[in-house]
Design a protein around this ligand. Sequence first.
Ligand code: SAM
Length: 279
Amino acid sequence: MSEGILYLVATPIGNLEDMTFRAVKILRGVDLIAAEDTRHTRKLLTHFEIHTPLVRYDEFSKVQSGKKILQELLSGKNVACVSDAGLPAISDPGADLAKLAIENKIQVCPIPGANAALSALICSGLDTTKFFFAGFLPKSAKSRKDFLEKISVREETLIFYESPHRLKKFLAELKEIFGDRNISIARELTKVHEEFLRGKISELENIFDEPKGEFVIVVEGNLNSETNFEIVGAENFLDCYKNLIAEGIDKKSAIRQTTKKFNLSRREVYNAVVELEKK
Ligand code: SAM
């Protein structure tokens, strides 16, 4: 008996009309649908008159559920994996299931469709030729800072997912570490209240009193080669510090970033900055 196929099926990120014909056909035709939230997916399936059995596959159940789904695939059943919205495996469950299937020589097939990151990028007005998908930031304050500092030198446009209740904090962190760059905030993509807010971080950070809805933040890459540490010599660390300050990055963060990138001691950079300020 030959094995089944695992389909990774995109579902709408708001507007049900973004469901593709192929997605409906595949979801009707497979033996089983692995869904992040079965109650949520059942509503979608009801809308499109899809009667295929559902099984839960999410962060909490993925190990046990993954084993069962693999058995189904190995026994010749076709399985579709969906998340609550958009492409499975993009900041959503699905990647581990795809990996498990591939390790077991199961064919994995994409059924493309809606995705929040790319929809936000194409309407951002920022460079779309090269981009870096950062997704959600880590939760702890230190890991967030470390991650932002690490990627602040990247020249590509950067794409972030953020929850509404952390949006303001995120924009403040971004301004502190990246400087006052151009950004585009995409809110409620494909939904009735879809909007795009474009401008400097300082112009947009307080635009929402209480941010509501779903957000993607697209950020201009580091266009200043002077602060792109990969190509600046260590002897220029003070120039880099000065450039960071000129870009609007706050003093503490500029010292921390210089320290890290040039592998110097904090004291060394701090003392040099004190001397610089005396001049
Ligand atoms: N798999 C999804 C995709 O392909 O885009 C992403 C799922 S991730 C768990 C959810 C995050 O995606 C939200 O917090 C938000 O940042 C972004 N997102 C999803 N739908 C959105 C929408 N309609 N408008 C804006 N952002 C959205």
